[in-house]
Ligand binder design. Structure first.
Ligand code: FES
Length: 237
């Protein structure tokens, strides 16, 4: 029985003959092989879409993929997708084509078919807004973006290369602020697990909120997409 007062949890050891029901993970973004499909992926939103393209291929579904990202080099699985599926796949990096509009993303939405979209919030918002202008029947989407900031307090980051001091307000990330001044700073998941935004800390006390760095790494580095600070951080940027 659980102790409702937040104390110990008493475990009941399984005995021979006990019945145990195990439920698998719930998939809130399933692919349904029911008519033609357009897949739209942004950045690492390709992860669930990749599995869907394989399922669509196996099911004999008529499908196309539009895959966007900042640049080819920042987009995983590009080569695999192009080699395996050829003309079914449109790789559309922003640095080659510009930021896509809803019409760009949905140009191949199939009449009477479905659109599956996974990517950053801005892309999902565009697709949701533009979907009504298509003749597709259904839109399925999964949001992939920065998590909400919990208990955020303002702090400052200083860029060591220029000495600039950038204030970070309670409801924005250091990455967002830094990228307004330094667009070359790389990032991907914005959720503290891919490690792309890893940055060396020259001084200050980071409030590490990631799921990636080891204690050793945290002595010198931080993930600026989620981690914060008390006071000022000087970053090796
Ligand atoms: S962008 Fe992935 S950890 Fe920061």
């Amino acid at each position: 029985m659980p102790d409702g007062g937040g104390g110990s949890l008493e475990m009941h050891a399984l005995q021979p003959g006990d019945t145990v029901t195990v439920r698998g993970p719930r998939n809130g973004f399933p692919f349904v092989a029911d008519g033609p499909a357009l897949f739209v992926a942004g950045g690492i939103g390709i992860t669930p879409i990749l599995a869907m393209t394989r399922a669509a291929e196996l099911a004999g579904t008529d499908w196309l993929l539009v895959y966007t990202g900042r640049s080819r080099s920042a987009m995983p699985f590009v080569r695999e997708l192009e080699q395996r599926y050829g003309a079914r796949v449109f790789i559309r990096p922003d640095d080659e084509y510009g930021i896509p509009t809803a019409a760009d993303l949905l140009a191949a939405a199939p009449i009477g078919g479905a659109v599956y979209c996974c990517g950053p919030t801005s892309m999902l918002d565009a697709v949701r807004t533009g979907f009504d202008d298509t003749d597709a029947r259904a839109l399925h989407f999964e949001r992939f973006g920065a998590p909400p900031i919990v208990d955020g307090r303002p702090f400052e980051v200083q860029l060591a290369s220029t000495g600039e001091v950038l204030p970070v307000s309670a409801d924005e990330s250091a990455l967002d602020v830094i990228r307004r001044h330094r667009t070359d700073v790389a990032y991907s998941c914005r959720q503290g697990f891919c490690g792309t935004c890893r940055t060396r800390v020259l001084s200050g006390n980071p409030d590490h909120r990631d799921n990636r760095l080891t204690d050793d790494e945290r002595r010198e580095e931080m993930l600026v997409c989620v981690s914060r600070a008390d006071g000022r951080l000087v970053l090796d940027l």
